[in-house]
Design a protein around this ligand. Sequence first.
Ligand SMILES: [Zn+2]
Length: 635
Amino acid sequence: MLNKTNLPAHPAGGSPNRQTKPPLHTRSSARPAYAKTEAKPLPAKDQSAPIKNRDRSRMNHAQIKIKPTVIQTKPIIHSKDTLRIIPLGGQEEVGRNMTLFEYDGDIVILDMGMMFPEEDMPGIDYIIPNISYLKGKEKQVRGVILSHGHLDHIGAAPLLLKQLGYPVVVGRDMTIAMVKKKMEDFDKGSAENLKTIRVGSVTDKITLGKFRIEFFEVEHSIMDAVGVIIRTPHGTVIHPGDWTMEKDPTGKSLTDYTGLSALPSPRILMLESLGAIVTNPSRTTEEEMYANLEKLIDDAPGKIIIGTFSSQIRRIGHILEYAEQIGKKVALDGYSMKMNVEIAKELGYIKMHKTTLIPVSDISKYPKNKIVIICTGAQGEGNAVLSRIVNGEHRHIQIQKDDTIIFSSSIIPGNERTIQRLKDNLYRKCDNVIHSDILDVHTSGHCSALDIQNIMRQVQPDFFLPVYANHYMLKEAEKLAIRIGFRRDNIFVLDNGNILEIQNNKAKLLPNKVDTSYVMVDGLGVGDIGQVVLRDRQLLAQDGMFVITVIIDSKTKKIIGKPQVTSRGFIFVKENFDLVNATKKKVEEIVEKKTSPDTSINWDYVKNNIRETVGSFLYSKTQRRPMVLPVVIEV
Ligand SMILES: [Zn+2]
């Protein structure tokens, strides 16, 4: 398994609907062989991760108000006869994956993902790509190709498709079904606007304006992930989306991409490179991982609770089918997990008898050793199912000593401490807690460093663009390519908004960038939260707020009564009388000094004085900087 401690989200899995890989092209390439250098392995990460479980209904009917916080640079003139590649997201983060391809007046989009907020974005639900570059070009968008149904690839589709006037969406069944569901969740009835081109088989070929689109099979943790080939006269883009190399039990790769090396030059390999830092991938194969899980399910003396990502649909499907085989019932808990399984069932990707799946409320009707619960929350998210179970707040699931709890997931970097706390609590309540440090019960849906070098050798691209990861991972992918003899000047580690032009076998990075500043979604608002609001939230979160209200007689300009103070998240007023009284005194002095009964008063000036003086006074006494809000009322 890939470095378990670093690896989040989607693992690979044996899909029930695996298709054999079509022979792409067979001609062996005349390109120079790669120097065989030993690759130094590196660690990994991914995303599709659990969505913060905020009240979903709030996200409905969002108003579309894109307000970029960065000013667009001067208009970017597009020389007609070039292929342009413009990533709008996914180059500096894991998430909000979206890339534009522009050729001769036509635009094709690959993926429309969302991103989960960073820790310093309190209250933000998610972030979507900024499409201000497409303003006025909506009609040029010939289609949106979606590589697979994970949220970092489709999560922004409901909003962005609407903004673009619903261009045609290209994808395989599971992906399209998930987009439809997302659209309905977001705005009921909106899925009726969806126009689709169904990719029935990876041998399908379609035309979107002047682009020719083809596909290839990839391995990933969700059904119907597909690799995309975008052909233009100036270059052939090869983009696997998210991918891993499936291995047989001896560790030999089952996936072969050599056929892609026969595509016309220049071949531009855009490669998801989360795995660039995974240098010691686990040797555990999918098969072994499933065998471990199955044995645990077989032997469990009590009920089994498996915490995993809802994005790991293949694995969830596998567990469901296995549980049915041995006569156990399965209850799912977690909105996205139920939704994903429902879609996969409808499409026939998970096959089971309808009595196998039971509602969580029914688990007490069966012997405990006949129950398997699959739930979300293995990252320790506060409101997710596993946390509620361990805190004794779940209506139907109580943990008993002889239960078996399995963490079949990796740790998303940043979640280490919450997961440790969750494990501590689980160990107090249950004797059988299994996680990847004990037994391999998770494999990643992403490649490793060696896989990246392998696919490079197989595809033999002319240009290499590592994508869909944090910047440092992209740089590590660059190093991996150089180590096997790839030329540095043919590698482009792009930032969001960079424009790469390809013409006559040459690639050129333009000096200007398109605007890719964050478009944040908070409840019903899309893009209405800017840096100012965010900074206020950060301030409030750090040191709280301190409100001072003074009522002033309009004639005498004297304070009526005493200034009133309200503290939230700063100090407990009742235990800090001295500080509060001293502050009130300061305020009285300011009002006295800055007003006079004879002249009309500049209240803004007075308020600013109160804010500054009180701010520095409170800091001198507490070393904290609460947000100071003066309220002056004249009566
Ligand atoms: Zn994915």
